[in-house]
Every structure is written in structure tokens, then in C-alpha cells.
Write a protein that binds this ligand. Structure first.
Ligand code: FES
Ligand SMILES: [Fe+2]
Length: 376
């Protein structure tokens, strides 16, 4: 379990603040992998459209008539204006603000006002079928939306397989949205993730979670370098969560009735699961030293909506709000020191406490380095 010992500085300090590094990371980690970019509750109805910036590119997510979500490059095919600049609700067509080319929800080009080969206002042979919105590979899992910007790469099914396998005992189809909270953190997104994977700080920054022995009561998780983190052997029962009486996932084996996964789905989703809820943390890189975090809570069946559990739902997000505030002060201090050469010279990782962070950094470093080597 703790076999490999890796040096802590798989990543140089500039990985956390340098614009050139951030660009290399956008071109590799963020463009080539399936990245978590939105949640279904942000575009609940058919015809809802959500413009996002992903890996530095404008992308548009559109809820289809059949309830699925498709992604497109948010670029009008006429002269390349950004098509949708603010969230839209229940639209039948999406119109470009420049010359009003209009697209159907599935991306087909529907109308090109005063632009028609028949009266020679459009070039001869213009074929609207060739100028639909350009698709971006998009998938939905557990109400979360993932996109892969690169044209080629693994399928989403391949990407999610290690987590789907690991969480097979949980009947995820029962999970229902029950609230969310958004944070901005003045630190690089990779430090936010490493803080989530760091177990040694728990007794110091979060004394409410228990002592060092409790903090140590876990096994490392690493499924194919894609699901990386910690499984607390009794995390579901020995930490206060406020969801004690809520409905739980049925038919869980005894170990999972007590256990708690705290894992990262590479690259940018942090997850917590216990019998009564899933918390899904979307970690969005906004700028090298600015991260947006959206924590979404999912409960089992009626647990998400029954007024009897309203205070339990509130308490859960409140407990994480406290944890976050305890963490963010340190994460921003961690960020601030990365510019110093003194931050480069550190001891090797602890085989007990620090293997997950090392695995996460190791995969980032491999992917970014592969591009830097290839570029030479
Ligand atoms: S650029 Fe969109 S209609 Fe002209
Ligand atoms: Fe923490």
C-alpha cells in the first residue's frame, strides 16, 4: 500500500504561479483529460444554455429536449463571434448577437438572415449543414458535467471506470441534489486539491475531527492514478456530520457502512462519500493563483428534499464551510511561499501521511512534462 516513496517536489514552484506553466497545463492536463466543468442543476431545463471558459476556451453546454447535455465550442460559425455570453433559459434556438445566425439546441444551423445563395447574399453553394456548432466531447455522471476538449483520447466510460468500479456498491442513481456552496480561494487549484488529500493537518487545523490516531485511521486509495485519496475505515461513524438519521444507500457491506472515501477523481473533482451523502467538489482553475470551488451535496432519495432533514442538510454544508475556512488560510499561505527558492528544498514524502498528494503531483508532472519534451 505504501510501497513507493516519491520526492515531494514532483512539481516546481512555478507550477503554482507561472503563466507559461499554466498555459502548458491548459494544453495538457485540462485539454486532454475529461475535466469537471459544471453540474446538471446549473442548467436544469431543456433549452438551458451555460457558457463556460474551459482550458482558456469558450465552451457552451446545452440541455437538450431529451434531457441530455451536449457541449459545443461557443463560437458562431459565421465570423467567429462568441455565440452565448450569459446563461440562457428554455430557449428553442441560440442566436448569435452579431448577425443573428441561429442554431438549434443540437447545434444545427437553422437560420442565416439575409444570407442566402438563392439571392446571392451568400456565396454560391453555401451549405448550412456544414456550419453547425462544433461539438466538444461531453458526458454526465452523477449530475456532473465533464468535457474533453481534445478531439481524441479515452472515452468517458474508460475515464470513469476506476471510480465506477470502486463505488459499485453505492446505488448512485438514488443520489439527489440537495444544495451547494461556492468559494473563491487565492491559491492555485492544485494546492486546493493537495490540501484535500493531506491528512496530517487534520488534528492541527480541524481539531473538531478528532486526534492524530483518528486522522491516521485510513488506507491510501489509488485506482489507476485516476482515483487518488484516502479511505477512512470508520470515517462515516466517528466524525460528526449531522446526517445520522437520513436515508442511506441500501445494501452496503458493513465496511462501507463505517467507511468514508475522500478521493480525487483526476484531475479536478474532489469527492466525499458515506452511506448518507455524496459531496462533490468542483475545483476550477480561474487563474494561476485563483481557484473557484463549488461544493454540491447529494443525498439519498428523500434525504435531499424531505423537510424533516432540512437542518441535517444545512448542518453538513455548514460543517464543510467551517473546514474550508480553516483550510483556506493555510492554502493561501502555502501559495504565497511557492515563489521562494526555499520552497524547492523539502524532505521526501511521508509514506504514512503523504502518498496521495505525491500521486496527484506525479501525474500532473508527467502530463505537463510530456508536452514540454514533445515541443523540443
Ligand atoms: S458572427 Fe455570428 S452571425 Fe455573424
Ligand atoms: Fe483541511
Amino acid at each position: 500500500m505504501h510501497a513507493r516513496v516519491l520526492p515531494l517536489k514532483e512539481l516546481p514552484g512555478r507550477a503554482y504561479w507561472d503563466d507559461a506553466y499554466a498555459q502548458a497545463e491548459r494544453d495538457t492536463v485540462l485539454a486532454r483529460n475529461w475535466v469537471h466543468v459544471a453540474s446538471g442543476f446549473e442548467l436544469p431545463e431543456p433549452g438551458d444554455a451555460l457558457p463556460i471558459s474551459h482550458a482558456g476556451k469558450p465552451v457552451l453546454l446545452v440541455r437538450q429536449a431529451d434531457g441530455t447535455i451536449r457541449g459545443f465550442h461557443n463560437v458562431c460559425r459565421h465570423r467567429g463571434c462568441q455565440l452565448v455570453t450569459a446563461p440562457q433559459s428554455r430557449r428553442a434556438l441560440l442566436s448569435c448577437p452579431f448577425h443573428l445566425w441561429a442554431y438549434r439546441l443540437d447545434g444545427r444551423l437553422h437560420k442565416t438572415p439575409f444570407w442566402d445563395p438563392a439571392d446571392r447574399t451568400a456565396p454560391e453553394g453555401f451549405d448550412p449543414a456544414r456550419f453547425g456548432l462544433m461539438p466538444v466531447a461531453t458526458a454526465t455522471w452523477c449530475d456532473q458535467v465533464f468535457v474533453r476538449l481534445a478531439d481524441d483520447g479515452p472515452s468517458f466510460a474508460e475515464h470513469i471506470a476506476p471510480l465506477a468500479r470502486r463505488w459499485q456498491p453505492y446505488e448512485l442513481s438514488l443520489a439527489r441534489y440537495g444544495g451547494h456552496a461556492t468559494y473563491e480561494i487565492r491559491a492555485n487549484w492544485k494546492l486546493v486539491i493537495q490540501n484535500f488529500l493531506d491528512t496530517l493537518h487534520l488534528p492541527f487545523l480541524h481539531p473538531q475531527l478528532g486526534d492524530v490516531e483518528k486522522a491516521k485511521h485510513y488506507v491510501d486509495v489509488n485506482e489507476d492514478d485516476t482515483v487518488i485519496g484516502i479511505h477512512y475505515l470508520s470515517g462515516a461513524v466517528d466524525k460528526p456530520k449531522g446526517d445520522g438519521a437520513m436515508p442511506i444507500f441500501p445494501n452496503l457491506p458493513p465496511a462501507l457502512m463505517r467507511g468514508q472515501d475522500i478521493v480525487v477523481l483526476y484531475p479536478n473533482t474532489m469527492l466525499e462519500i458515506v452511506p448518507g451523502h455524496i459531496l462533490i467538489f468542483r475545483i476550477e482553475p480561474v487563474a494561476p493563483a485563483l481557484t473557484r470551488e463549488v461544493i454540491s451535496a447529494y443525498f439519498v432519495g428523500d434525504g435531499a428534499t424531505d423537510p424533516a432533514f432540512a437542518s441535517a442538510r444545512k448542518d453538513l454544508l455548514a460543517a464543510w464551510d467551517t473546514l474550508n475556512r480553516q483550510d483556506f488560510a493555510v492554502v493561501t499561505a502555502w501559495q504565497a511561499a511557492q515563489v521562494s527558492p526555499a520552497a524547492e528544498n523539502q524532505p521526501e514524502v511521508s509514506p504514512v501521511w503523504e502518498m496521495s498528494g505525491a500521486a496527484f503531483r506525479g501525474r500532473i508532472a508527467r502530463e505537463v512534462r510530456a508536452r514540454e519534451v514533445g515541443a523540443r
